[in-house]
Design a protein around this ligand. Sequence first.
Ligand code: NAD
Length: 271
Amino acid sequence: MENKTTQKLKGQVALVTGASSGIGAGVAKALAAEGAKVVVNYASSLKGAQHTVDEIKAAGGEAIAIKADVSNEAEVLSMFKEMYDTFGTIDILVNNAGLQKDAKFVDMTLDEWNTVLGINLTGQFLCAREAAKEFIRRGVVPERSKAAGKIICMSSVHEIIPWAGHVNYAASKGGVMLLMKSIAQELAQYKIRVNSIAPGAIKTPINNEAWETPEAEKKLLKLIPYNRVGETSDIGAAAVWLASDESDYVHGITLIVDGGMTLYPGFQDNG
Ligand code: NAD
């Protein structure tokens, strides 16, 4: 555990959606290490969520797990209520929950489309709306942060890079980009900061077939000029910075954390 006097998020309350695994778990632990009290949201894996909570507590932090499907309005409302009953308010929302349901475009079912848009985009809308209500109600509390609240949307390099075979996912992340920017434009007047993180390839269960064998990892590395697959801690560090006052003048941007994947490495040798 870090020196408590230097913790960047001391006393602030953070909700991280989809924090029972992968990037969400990494972000939850990184925010907790900086002194935030963390709500670890999960949709189905209580075991995963409990593991994240246990790791945070073992490191001297504070966390609770709350179940909610972020695409379900009633469950989102009840999650926010439970969070307020426990921690009183919210300072940081990390809209991280997301999934893929891949299919060739002509074979994609409406259910595959709606499920991905429902969780990856509508889920971010519902949680951001509820957090924004509380940020506006409470306003700035100078001893906590210069901002009234911070919203961090987990986007993807696929808010920029088209992705054949994953059109529902790419459409959801393209949607997150303008959801984030439009909310940022509307909420700046309340001193609410809104930004996104666009991870490249990070080692998590969502994409394990892309890196779990040496052959797969070698193929993946052709897309990553920096020549390593990302870790959840890379995204945790970015989230801490965007949540902290160190980035107080950063608003409405997507922070790309991808080892250069969006540099079009296919053009490295003259295209
Ligand atoms: P992951 O599968 O480990 O995590 C996704 C989490 O979202 C899981 O904990 C899952 O239970 C949760 N979730 C799914 N549906 C939910 C729902 N309805 N309500 C609440 N939670 C739900 O994968 P990950 O890689 O950690 O993904 C986290 C985020 O990062 C996603 O938004 C994903 O699109 C994004 N992302 C990941 C990568 C990568 O390379 N891993 C790259 C770019 C973006």
